[in-house]
Design a protein around this ligand. Structure first.
Ligand SMILES: O=P(O)(O)OC[C@H]1O[C@](O)(COP(=O)(O)O)[C@@H](O)[C@@H]1O
Ligand SMILES: [Mg+2]
Ligand SMILES: [Mg+2]
Length: 321
């Protein structure tokens, strides 16, 4: 098990969840150290198989999953649902909580030394393992991510604002560096994988066309575009300086509901964004008012400042033509 991680300003974390958050921080600190070693830690980005969803698993995906699972077993986590495991695992039968995790998000970036992350969501456990996760996302009691970037940081909410704790690599401590993050509504930036343009629905194409038209189009302002292909990095940029993110459903087989998973990607990011004053929808309806029908179910995902996210919805209300 990872050596305990000290969290400075831990009084901002509910007492019952502190051992869980502390374990998450300890493992994240160890994952950050491995990532910082890059090729010196071995072939972290090498393909080692496929998860049950058909995604290729990288060595670091599997390593991170094993590290989190081993450490959380010693806490109050009863049920553990991971992107890398087909079924829910029972860790501590006497535990009170259910934790869903994307142990390593943005794994196509491992080999190119670009930011990746870990995303997690916590519910109070109920007796049925799957039912602990297949419920309204608004019932989450905690949601967050760790970004492994030039700096490593934990961004977390317990339903009372979105906080950032930054890892001091020298002391190994996570220190509160932002008490209440707010999503700014003044940044003209959008994030979408534009290579899928031909597969998008007409409303999504129309929205992006109008952004691209800049001052010569109906929006009457110029936009900038960013795409890291790491949801955590994208969420961190939007929480830090604004902009809107879209991963819509598209016409590719298997992408009817986009690419991102409800339980351990979209629900916790939506919780963070709402708690920072922003909005997160499936293009239309709030993510937090929805629940997944299956553990690995996908959902279209749009988030950012309310005004930008609402504008995306108005395009979806337009007739297809
Ligand atoms: O390669 P695409 O289609 O642009 O998708 C990028 C998206 O896929 C993801 O990498 C999926 O997450 P995993 O790496 O955990 O599978 C997101 O982080 C990112 O937003
Ligand atoms: Mg992911
Ligand atoms: Mg992943």
């Amino acid at each position: 098990m990872a050596e305990a991680a000290e969290i400075i300003s831990s009084d901002r974390i509910p007492a019952g969840l502190l051992p869980v958050v502390s374990a998450l921080c300890a493992v994240s600190r160890d994952v950050a150290r491995i990532i910082a070693k890059g090729p010196l830690a071995g072939a972290l980005g090498a393909g080692v198989g496929e998860n049950t969803d058909g995604d290729q698993q990288k060595a670091l995906d599997v390593m991170a999953d094993e590290m989190f699972m081993a450490s959380l077993g010693a806490t109050d986590i009863r049920f553990y649902a991971s992107e890398e495991q087909e079924h829910v695992e029972e860790l501590n039968p006497a535990g009170r909580y259910a934790l869903a995790i994307d142990p390593l998000d943005g794994s196509s970036n491992i080999d190119v030394n670009v930011s990746v992350g870990t995303i997690f969501s916590i519910f109070e456990a109920v007796d049925d393992a799957e039912a602990s996760f297949l419920r309204k996302a608004r019932e989450q009691i905690a949601g967050g991510y760790v970004i492994y970037g030039p700096a490593t940081a934990l961004v977390v909410t317990f339903g009372d604002g979105t906080m950032m704790f930054t890892l001091d690599p020298e002391s190994g401590r996570f220190i509160l560096t932002e008490d209440r993050m707010r999503v700014r509504d003044t940044t003209n930036e959008f994030a979408i994988n534009a290579s899928n343009y031909r597969h998008w629905s007409k409303p999504v194409r129309a929205y992006i066309d109008d952004c691209l038209a800049g001052v010569t189009g109906p929006r009457d302002r110029n936009y900038n575009m960013r795409w890291v292909a790491s949801l955590v990095a994208e969420a961190h940029r939007i929480l830090s300086r604004g902009g809107v993110f879209l991963y819509p459903g598209d016409a590719r087989p298997g992408y009817e509901n986009g690419r991102l998973r409800m339980v351990y990607e979209c629900a916790p990011i939506a919780f963070l964004i709402e708690q920072a004053g922003g909005k997160a929808t499936d293009g239309h309806d709030p993510i937090l008012d929805q629940g997944a029908g299956a553990l690995h179910a996908r959902t279209p995902f749009v988030f950012g400042p309310s005004e930008m996210v609402d504008r995306v919805a108005t395009y979806h209300d337009l007739p297809e033509q």
